[in-house]
Design a protein around this ligand. Sequence first.
Ligand SMILES: Nc1ncnc2c1ncn2[C@@H]1O[C@H](COP(=O)(O)OP(=O)(O)OP(=O)(O)O)[C@@H](O)[C@H]1O
Length: 556
Amino acid sequence: MLYVGYVMFAVVLLVAVIAPIYYGDSATAMTSTRNSGPTGAFPMGTDGLGRDMLARTLVATRVTVLAAISATLLAALAGISIGVGVWLAPRRVREASLRVIEFWVSYPAMLVAIVVAAILGRGILPAVLAIAVANTAGFARLTANLAAGIASRDYVVTARLMGVPVGRVAARHVVPNMAEPLLILIAQAFAGTLVELAGLSFIGLGAQSPAFDWGSLLNEGVKKIYTNPILVVAPATALIFASMAALFIGDGLAAAANPRSNTSRARMLRAPVPAPASAATPVHSDALLVVDDLSVRHNDSGKELVSHVSFTIDRGEVLGIVGESGSGKSVTASVVAKLLAEGLTASAGRLSLAGADLFDNLSRKDLARRVALVYQDPGTALNPALTLGSQLSDVLVKVLGQKRTEARRNLVERFSEVLLTDPEGRLRQYPHQLSGGMKQRAMIASAMSTNAQLLVADEPTTALDVTVQREVLSLIKRMNKEMGTSVLFISHDLGVVRALCDRVLVMKEGEIVERIDDMAHLSPESVKHPYTRQLLAATPVVHVPGAVTAGSEALR
Ligand SMILES: Nc1ncnc2c1ncn2[C@@H]1O[C@H](COP(=O)(O)OP(=O)(O)OP(=O)(O)O)[C@@H](O)[C@H]1O
């Protein structure tokens, strides 16, 4: 789409450059063939003075496109300056300015343009200024919104603390980081500006005779639309063509800025014949989770991210997966939770969870009853705009069909179980009002609230400090012991895993390189793979209250 847009826009620019040179005379020459329909000499007819409409439309391209570019750039320049300025201004000025921008945006751009053009007077220049004023608000609002996110980033705060002048902070740190969305808006605003310019000329406020643009040509044509309709075709086509070019560029830029826009859907395929590798590691079929011969491939590159992985998790069992960064742990877990990322294809001989075939279209309710998730970073797992009560009760209400009050009561109980103080008050709090450890406890409480049979915990302690890590691990252990929840626990830290898990799989480069079943006698001598030995040698022992672990006494 982007390239189609570029080509179309190049055609428009080419016409704008050469048409006045080649067709300038025929566009203004009056002939005796007046108000003609389409003929060989005048394919788009002639106006009341016998002037060639095709030549006039081609020649008008330069004025129209120049005016649209000027109005768009003026609006962008003014809007971006105002938007950035607002965010670098003191708080009160910022608040007042944001209200003014909101007020300004609330009026339709075309209406503002008409009012301003009526004040400034008729002609192309007043029309350009009027449209620039009308569109400035849109740029200012987008820039202010984007700057709001960027202005609080550490590099901007640091630059300001170091005394970098405000203008330089804006130019070096704020504007470059919002270039992409602004470029997209500029392309889209150009299309709007073309139409607004034509609109002003159409109602007689834009180009004045003898000057002419597409809008004034349309204006002339529409007056004779019942007697000679061909007169509107050339300027209308030109207007649509140029607007579409700008929209294609805008959409193309937006798609290019989002690397996910072109990725294919995630697919889960049943492998026709189990590979021999799975036969070497048989899975017993009455387990809670059965993953047999799972491979995951990246569709575009064809790279295999996970290769022939087989394992089971029994009811009430805690299985750990350890491995270096990028070894395929999270991708494996995403298949189990039916959350495979776009652009990936998973294939397996068998994938079943609590009696359900994961290749089938499980309803959300069935899935939520079977699997719950706790992510690595509770800060990004929770929606900052919603209170804990509203977002964590949603799954209970929408998916499990509980009443809102029942869901909130359920959450309060779970919050107490994970030792969150003032559980009722927490429901009304936003995520930013909780510490990292509290947020992770709230996530575990949420996972407990659905009574899921399998908890997938993907590095749930990595973002937490050591003391909070212990608390979170002991909560997971409690959930496992008291509720019988099976756990798939992912970590790159063998110390944490050995403290919690009944069995451990070691992954490297997408494959399971070691299976550790005897956690009680885990030592560098009891393992086979050199990578596991290295991991063990580099791992301090972690004690988890409630868990009996190798190399450590049970903790109280
Ligand atoms: N959506 C995706 N598209 C393409 N490749 C991906 C995608 N997700 C993961 N990968 C690739 O798959 C491989 C395994 O990634 P995965 O996230 O499972 O690693 P991990 O073992 O969980 O690592 P970490 O401990 O750092 O989280 C990596 O090479 C990664 O680049």
